[in-house]
Each structure stands twice: as C-alpha cells, then as structure tokens.
Design a protein around this ligand. Structure first.
Ligand code: GLA
Length: 374
C-alpha cells in the first residue's frame, strides 16, 4: 500500500530530478533494517569495493557506534589517533592506546584498516616547532615512520604516507606546499617518506592523499595537475607509491563533477595507481533551505552524482566517509564550516543523529549497485 506521504515523496522526487534515489530515501527506518545483505559493505563487496569510515577514539567507546560500524564497514581509518601529534606526546615517546584500540577492533571484526597519516603539515606534536631543526628533521621523520609503520606492519591495508603536500597559492613552481617538512628538508622529504614507509611495512599500499581536487573549478584543475606531476616525479625517483586518495570533502552548493575528475582518475590509472575516496562527506553550510528533508535529498544527490563519476572507474577500490553518523562530524565542530548557518547542525554522513540511515546512505548503496564490478 502506498501512503499519502510516500506518494507526495514520489511527486517531489519526480519534480526535483531526484527520482534516481527512490522513495525509500526519505523514509525513516532503524539501522537494523539495513544490515546483513542490505548493508553498505555487502553491496560494496558485490562490486569489488571496500567501504567504511573514519572512527574517533570516543566512537569506539560508544556501543551504538561500534554495533553499526561492525555491520556496515569493511575498512576503517582513525579520525585522529594515528596522527603524529596525537601519537607522540614527547619526542620519541609514543602512546598507542587509541590507535591500538582501532586496529584491534578491526581485526576482531575482520575489517581492514587505513593508516592516516605519517607526514602532514597539521596536527604535528606541540614539541615539533621547538625541537625539529634542519639538522634532525630527516631523522625525526624517518624515526616516526619506522616506529609507527613497524608497529602495525602487516595489519594496514594502505598508509597515507603524505597528506596534502600540494598548495598552489604558496607560489612554488612545482605547486608544493611550504610545509614545515618542506622548509626543513626540502622537496626530497616526499621521496624519503615513501621509501621509509615501504621499509616499515612492505605490504601496505602507499598512498598520497589530497583535497580540493574534486570539482571543475580552475583551482581544482591546477591542483590536480600539480598532484599528478608530484606522483610522476616520485615514481621517476623510484619511490614506492601505489594509490591516490581523493579526500572528497564535498559541498552541496551546486557542485559540478565531471571532465576534470574523470581525466585525473584516468591519468592516475595510467600510472598504475589505485584510487581511494578517503574522507567523503557533503557540507550543507552553503544551502539556504531550512527544510531538513529537502536538504538531506540535496546532500544525497551530491553523493549520487559524485559517486557516479568516480565509481565508473575500476581503479577506485574503496569509499570511506569521514564519520558515520551526523551525531559526530568535524563539520559541526569547526567554526569556519558553520559560517553561513551557525545555528544549524550539518548532516553530511550516511546515518542521521538518531542512527536512521539517511538519504545519503541509500545514495551510497545505490552507487555501489551501479558500479562496474572490479
Ligand atoms: C583533512 C585530514 C583529515 C581530517 C580532515 C577534517 O582532510 O586529512 O585527517 O583532519 O581534514 O578534519
């Protein structure tokens, strides 16, 4: 029987071009109704894809979270626990508790783990600035990679060895970011990081992870070109690099995904790289609409449009969202992401704050169903 609400939904879908997502995208149902063969991981697996999300240390202590996580994810990544600043409270002193907890949880539930990340310009230890100099920077970096990489050797699906090394506005001809690592070591820090990571964990897929390379803007075009150049240089230097991470922090404001992204994925594939969508979410800060259901549909449509373009390539092997439920998302914790709609929480993730699968959940699952098998 079709209810009045459902038929209204169908009219809405038809008139907004959202018919693709189907009427169930609007109905509320408990998380348990989308488990087993109906889960994201089951649908992804049928098409040779891994799927999962970033997990915080607090998430892992939350029973509701871990239950849904185990039901939905075939791959996870630590939201913060494996970053240098969180692992190393003092030079040479490590606290692995939170990172170990995630790796152990994943092993218990047969979930793969991404390592994130060895080398980044953010979330460095507080002691970094006063301690690391041009003389010891190479050793600090390689010691860190060897310490962490060896601890989890054989347990990591892929490591984000370097995160966000490109920043066109820094003005270097090679497009590289003037990060602390660049200032202290020079551009060869990249090659050194990949070679060291390979030494620490020879089976992990070594990944370069970047943001701002998704849409059709001029800025994204330039960043994509600089990213490909960087990978080419690394390969030419004999650095082991196996995959590209496209972070995929997207916005619901009339985004366009297409030609540039397709060409980028094709160029990476031609270089023998796998592609992972590593940090997907959709910000609705730029959307005026006050109606939650219609915002949710716009967000889901962005998931659908973006995944249609990316998953058509068999090189894309994994899709991770940056969080699992709108209850906990970095977008609600950071002021700059709340500038336009300061009094409203964002809803960027597959589950809503009450653990109902959101329209984004169904968009993800439908996109897996439509993806060519790999
Ligand atoms: C970047 C980093 C992630 C995370 C997100 C959002 O994309 O790669 O580790 O910090 O920002 O917080």
């Amino acid at each position: 029987m079709i209810t009045r609400r459902q038929s209204l939904q169908q009219i809405l879908f038809a008139s907004s071009g959202l018919a693709l997502l189907g009427p169930r995208a609007l109905s509320q149902q408990p998380a348990t109704s989308v488990e087993g063969s109906r889960s994201l991981k089951a649908h992804a697996h049928k098409h040779g894809l891994l799927t999962g999300c970033a997990v915080s240390a607090a998430d892992l202590r939350d029973e509701a979270f871990t239950r849904v996580l185990a039901a939905q994810a075939s791959i996870v990544v630590a939201e913060n626990a494996m970053k240098f600043g969180l692992l190393a409270p003092k030079p040479g002193v490590y606290n692995f508790d939170d990172a170990d907890a995630l790796v152990n949880f994943a092993r218990q539930h047969k979930i793969k783990v991404r390592g994130h990340n060895f080398v980044w310009h953010e979330q460095l230890p507080a002691w970094f600035a006063g301690t690391v100099t041009k003389d010891n920077a190479r050793k600090v970096m390689t010691d860190h990679i060897l310490t962490v990489g060896s601890r989890y050797k054989g347990k990591i699906h892929s490591w984000d060895v370097v995160n966000e090394a490109v920043n066109i506005s820094d003005g270097r001809p090679d497009g590289l970011r003037k990060s602390p690592w660049m200032e202290l070591i020079g551009p060869e820090y990249l090659e050194l990081a990949y070679k060291t990571a390979h030494q620490a964990d020879p089976h992990a897929k070594l990944t370069y992870n970047e943001y701002g390379i998704e849409d059709e803007s001029e800025a994204a075009n330039k960043k994509r070109a600089a990213t490909l150049d960087l990978v080419k240089r690394l390969k030419a230097a004999g650095a082991p690099i196996h995959a590209l991470g496209i972070q995929s922090h997207l916005s619901a404001k009339s985004p366009v995904y297409g030609k540039g992204l397709r060409e980028f994925i094709a160029a990476a594939t031609a270089m023998d790289l796998d592609i992972y969508l590593t940090e997907m979410d959709v910000s609705d800060d730029d959307v005026q609409d006050t109606d939650t259901a219609s915002r949710d549909r716009r967000i889901a449509q962005v998931y659908a449009d973006y995944l249609a373009v990316t998953l058509e390539s068999r090189a894309v092997k994994a899709v991770l969202t940056w969080g699992l439920t709108d209850r906990h998302t970095w977008l609600n914790g950071i002021k700059s992401h709340h500038e336009k709609q300061p009094n409203r929480d964002q809803r960027p993730l597959p589950f809503d704050p009450d653990w109902n699968p959101a329209p984004a959940f169904f968009a993800l699952r439908d996109a897996f169903d439509k993806a060519p098998r790999r």
